[in-house]
Design a protein around this ligand. Structure first.
Ligand code: GLN
Length: 397
């Protein structure tokens, strides 16, 4: 057989056009750079403190009890029941665990499975910008045309007219992430109602990623779009164990959706991954029954970390956009006089020993994020202290 080159075809041309349209994750790359430079990693959002003892014990017990083969493809019954009970307890929404839940390998897979279950060629999907970087490749892989609506600092509100203009006959869905990564915005009921009215008018779905639902500050209230009148039937709610129980490496997440949509998501999910790790699903079922005090403490602990991190960053010369939820701080880096965010992020990781995520990775046009950097504060006191020490070497322009 001839080598492709001999036939005049470049090796690249044999690869998927879709895969060539996006780059590797900048967030994950920053973690690799942090390791290479022995830097304090404030880039990728994963806790560096232990997961709750009870969830770890439940996982050990499940493995010992030989729950080591495939769970039902759309999720172990115990976990689906626990998800339904938690949603009813905390959101007052009744869901049918037999027909409305698909357990996936993390919220990441829940999102791509949902998109692949909904999207046809020519469909448009609206996302707020800055956006969590996965949504870009998710759109490309599922074949959707993304449309972006800006969230503007300092309070990250959107312009209702801009939102209205983004909707049209081709709109299939809008992606919401509340509390929001990277901005820390928590969408208010009135904002979600505006979204609802447009979705009604154009018959569009709402795909909502609520993985940071339990990290709320300054009196912010989490409004789950599916609980807003008129949205239940057109909403797919995505969540996971990862952030709420500090087990990002377990890869257990889920999508809640009306039965018809769930059937499509389940089929895509089954052929993509078959299922999430069976013993970890059992451990998840235990965790989802934790008492309310667990969630109160989680949020209170994160509030302390947020305030500490705001102090550290402001001391070092960053202008911070104070987050009302999630565990990131978006900052303005103008005071340091660097040409752009990527140059500054590389300097920080190599010379100062701190890894952060360049703002441009949250925007379609790099220039829009070139004066921003995202720091995570889901870190132990020791890590935050080390960051403060390292920042003392940083100088303003
Ligand atoms: N959501 C986290 C972040 O934004 C990490 C996501 C990931 O790397 N899978 O940093």
């Amino acid at each position: 057989m001839n080598a492709p080159e001999a036939e005049g075809i470049s090796t690249n041309a044999r690869l998927s056009i879709k895969a060539s349209q996006f780059t590797e994750s900048v967030i994950r790359e920053m973690t690799r750079l942090a390791i290479a430079h022995d830097a304090v990693n404030l880039s990728q959002g994963f806790p560096d403190f232990p997961a709750p003892a009870e969830i770890k014990e439940a996982a050990r017990e499940a493995i010992a009890a030989d729950i080591n083969q495939y769970a039902i493809t759309w999720g172990a019954k115990s976990l689906r029941n626990a998800i339904a009970q938690k949603v009813e307890r905390q959101q007052g929404m009744v869901i049918d665990p037999e027909r409305e839940i698909t357990v996936c390998c993390g919220a990441t897979e829940a999102m791509i499975s949902t998109m692949m279950a909904l999207i046809n060629p020519g469909d448009e999907v609206i996302a707020f910008e800055p956006f969590y970087e996965n949504y870009g490749p998710d759109a490309i892989l599922s074949g959707a045309t993304p449309r972006f609506v800006k969230l503007r600092p300092p309070d990250w509100r959107f312009d209702p007219d801009e939102l209205k203009a983004a909707f049209g006959p081709a709109t299939k869905a809008i992606i919401l992430n509340t509390p929001n990564n990277p901005t820390g915005k928590v969408f208010e009921r009135a904002e979600i109602e505006q979204i609802r009215d447009l979705c009604d008018r154009w018959n569009a779905y709402v795909i909502t990623d609520e993985i940071y639902e339990h990290m709320l500050y300054d009196g912010a209230v989490h409004v789950s779009p599916a609980t807003v009148e008129g949205l239940r039937e057109r909403t797919i709610t995505i969540n996971a164990l990862s952030k709420t129980y500090s087990v990002t490496g377990w890869r257990v997440g889920w999508a809640i959706a009306p039965p018809e949509v769930t059937s499509a998501i389940r089929k895509v999910h089954d052929f993509l991954t078959v299922g999430a790790a069976a013993p970890l699903q059992e451990a998840g079922a235990v965790a989802l029954q934790f008492p309310e005090s667990y969630y109160e403490k989680l949020s209170a602990d994160y509030l302390i970390r947020r305030d500490k991190m705001l102090g550290i960053l402001e001391n070092a010369g960053f202008r911070c956009f104070r987050p009302r939820g999630a565990y990131y701080i978006m900052t303005d880096i103008s005071a340091f006089g660097f040409s752009d965010d990527v140059t500054f992020a590389r300097y920080l990781v190599k010379e100062i020993g701190i890894a952060a995520v360049p703002g441009s990775s949250f925007y379609r046009n790099a220039a829009d994020g070139s004066k921003q950097l995202r720091f995570t504060f889901c870190k132990s006191e020791k890590t935050l202290k080390a960051a403060a020490e390292r920042f003392s070497k940083l100088r303003l322009a």
